[in-house]
Design a protein around this ligand. Structure first.
Ligand code: ACO
Length: 325
């Protein structure tokens, strides 16, 4: 049966210039490079410069993705940008990207599911493509999490970084079989009862401030391993595939231990897991497309490889996408 598939046709990323090594935090915090490395796998992260906004990172990542696809801004029908750190409360950060890349048609909007944002954005873009409301969609994850960190809270501020990644999807005809290229299945979830495990303590309609990240790390850790393994399994099952079929697991990059435990629960060997958390820290919605783009530019993916992307974050919100490259 003929079906519409969302094909990945271009990928890109951007990291701010400033690199912050773990050791820098020891200047004002009771922490160590060793603690951060062994508990999280993080060695360094990038922080945006003063005045450098989420849209600035998103624009650079989008330009790289457009060049990779060999198309221009006007060839796009839509932009879905996932961020928890928008330039402004409104308008959407996506419209600044739209303007900057010379896209004079279509529509652009933001979507917010924190660290699960990119899989939610992919799910949304895929649904729009399959419904026929857009043929080419630029999907972006972009964050300046350094703006919402409490730099006196050692349990959170060492974990996050800034960056952006982008993937362009295009409608293509598929056979409906799991051998098709493009997005084969998505699995999205949230549970608002768990909202207080990970949140920002501010917002326009509550405090009138941007707020900072608050987290019960151990609780989030436990939910993350269980829920990521489950959602990954469900996405694969929905595509008619199994863990053995996965060429690359591209997980949200929060913590190396979470990634290893999830991969092992799913039955995917560590050498098939893409990790960039060492160099990027947790960049929330940007982490999956950043990992994707870095691995793609290293030539690690071959046409036809099966990628399983999955993420979890505040909400709690979590999900997975199975995509054949
Ligand atoms: N340096 C040194 N010590 C620290 C630091 C630090 N940066 N942070 C916390 N500690 C201390 C704690 O105060 C505690 O000390 P105590 O025993 O004297 O009370 C001790 O280390 C152990 O703290 P735990 O919270 O139990 O440490 P844990 O091994 O759970 O690691 C961590 C903490 C890394 C936050 C872990 O729980 C984690 O990764 N959780 C997942 C959360 C996550 O990744 N969130 C990101 C957003 S959600 C997502 O993307 C999945």
């Amino acid at each position: 049966m003929k079906v519409t598939r969302s094909l990945a046709i271009g990928v890109g990323h951007y990291l701010p210039e400033r690199v912050v090594e773990n050791a820098e935090f020891t200047r004002w915090l009771d922490t160590s490079d060793e603690w951060i490395r062994t508990r999280t796998g993080i060695e360094r992260r990038h922080f945006a410069a003063e005045g450098e906004k989420t849209s600035d990172l998103a624009i650079r990542a989008s330009e790289m993705a457009l060049a990779d696809a060999g198309i221009s801004g006007n060839d796009l029908d839509a932009i879905v940008l996932s961020t928890a750190t928008p330039d402004r409360t409104f308008p959407a950060t996506a419209v600044r990207v739209q303007e900057a890349i010379g896209m004079r048609r279509g529509f652009a909007f933001d979507l917010q599911a924190v660290c699960a944002g990119f899989v939610f954005a992919l799910g949304t873009a895929d649904a729009m493509i399959r419904a026929g409301s857009a043929r080419r969609v630029l999907v972006i994850g972009a964050e300046t999490f350094s703006r919402i960190l409490d730099f006196n809270d050692r349990a959170t501020c060492v974990l996050f970084g800034d960056g952006a990644g982008a993937l362009i999807l295009e409608a293509a005809e598929g056979s409906g079989e799991s051998s098709d290229r493009g997005i084969l299945a998505t699995d999205l979830n949230s549970d608002g009862r768990l909202a207080n495990l990970l949140y920002v303590d501010g917002g326009p309609s509550s405090t009138g401030t941007a707020g900072v990240v608050r987290m019960q790390g151990q609780e989030v850790f436990k939910h993350a391993v269980l829920k990521l393994a489950e959602t990954g399994g469900r996405a694969l099952a929905a595509a008619g595939l199994e863990a053995d079929d996965v060429d690359w697991l591209v997980p949200h990059q929060a913590n190396l231990r979470i990634m290893k435990m999830t991969a092992s629960k799913l039955g995917i060997p560590p050498e098939r897991v893409v990790t960039t958390v060492e160099d990027h820290g947790n960049t929330s919605a940007a982490s999956i497309p950043l990992a994707l783009s870095v691995a793609a530019s290293e030539g690690r993916f071959r046409r036809g490889d099966l990628l399983l992307m999955e993420g979890i974050g505040g909400g709690l919100a979590w999900g997975a996408v199975a995509l054949r490259w």
